[in-house]
Ligand binder design. Structure first.
Ligand SMILES: [Ca+2]
Ligand SMILES: [Ca+2]
Length: 328
């Protein structure tokens, strides 16, 4: 921000308020260490072949208990559970810390063998943050539904994008992406569906550790998407989007799902642990920007007029005398 002497107080105040805006409050919705007791319970599942509008019925399922919402084995629809390679809780020592008592969730099957936590995405209005540890599952196992595994046990179809986690119905997902060349490297792709317009995606580099535990954090704040893998580069996309709203909670699914969803033919084979979900209070940017809001502070005032006047009759037309290249 350029500050002229006469406007120094305005600038200072603006910087103050902008810094307030980017310290949006995070509210923890839940954290799941996958170490709880495994029990059989009556749980609410979708009474529909579609996640939206069909309502819910009760079904007996195996769960990992959690005070933030049980982790339910199987998909979120009625009868979406069978036991070829069902989701499961590992033995102690197979959690992200490697310590003796630490357990994790293992998903290694198709849609019906995924896992979910019901309802928690209803608490996300706009901005959110999700983080978790994951480790790709080895070794290969016999094909359980007639698929071939490439190039490692954790990919079922070349160039596929198996889903690690989805939030609600088309609200967000984090998927695993291979290089498509069989070299065994992978990256992550974050997809968000905005309130209007097409889905927006954001990828990491090929930095998934295919042999050990990884950590991913992904969030939407101020209309911008972010993803960080293993405390490396924070990739961001200033998409200026609002997260798609949830559907009617009495009729539609809005939980977190681990594994395939909606009959996808690809799925991850992975251990998951230490999941955390936060809601981030909406801040400037979550509702988009007006065209005249040149400094993107979510209001049009004299600072925008000053920026406009400073550039009056300037030009960026290539090759024309006195025009400037603002990309340099
Ligand atoms: Ca654990
Ligand atoms: Ca402004």
């Amino acid at each position: 921000m350029k500050c002229k002497k006469t406007k120094i107080m305005v600038c200072l105040l603006t910087v103050f308020f902008v810094s307030l805006q980017i310290q949006a409050a995070e509210t923890l919705i839940g954290e799941w260490n996958m170490d709880g007791a495994v029990v059989t319970k009556t749980v609410s599942v979708l009474n529909s072949n579609n996640g939206q509008g069909g309502g819910f019925i009760n079904e007996s399922r195996t769960v990992i208990e959690s005070s933030y919402g049980d982790v339910v084995f199987g998909g979120p629809r009625a009868a979406s559970y069978y036991a070829i390679y069902p989701a499961s809780q590992t033995a102690g020592g197979l959690g992200a810390s490697g310590e003796a008592g630490d357990k994790s969730l293992l998903v290694r099957g198709g849609e019906k063998e995924s896992a979910f936590i019901g309802g928690v995405m209803y608490e996300v209005e706009s901005g959110f943050k999700i983080e978790l540890n994951f480790k790709l599952f080895e070794p290969r196992e016999p094909a359980n539904v007639g698929v071939t595994y490439y190039p490692n046990g954790w990919i079922t179809v070349p160039n596929s994008k198996p889903i690690l986690v989805t939030g609600g119905i088309n609200r967000f997902k984090i998927e695993l992406v291979t290089d498509g060349e069989g070299s065994g490297t992978a990256k992550l792709n974050l997809v968000c569906w905005p309130a209007s317009g097409s889905a927006v995606s954001l990828e990491t580099d090929f930095a998934v550790n295919v042999d050990n535990w990884n950590h991913v954090a992904a969030w939407l704040e101020g209309g911008n998407l972010y993803i960080q893998l293993n405390n490396g580069t924070v990739f961001s996309n200033s998409a200026g989007i609002s997260l798609k709203a949830s559907f009617d909670p009495a009729l539609s699914y809005n939980g977190l799902t681990f594994g395939a969803w909606n009959g996808a033919s690809v799925w991850p084979r992975a251990y998951l642990d230490n999941l955390k979900l936060y809601s981030i209070e909406p801040i400037c940017g979550d509702w988009g920007y007006l065209k005249g809001d040149l400094d993107k502070d979510c209001k049009i005032d004299f600072i925008d007029i000053d920026l406009f006047i400073q550039q009056w009759l300037s030009c960026t037309e290539p090759g024309v005398t006195d025009c400037v290249n603002v990309n340099q």
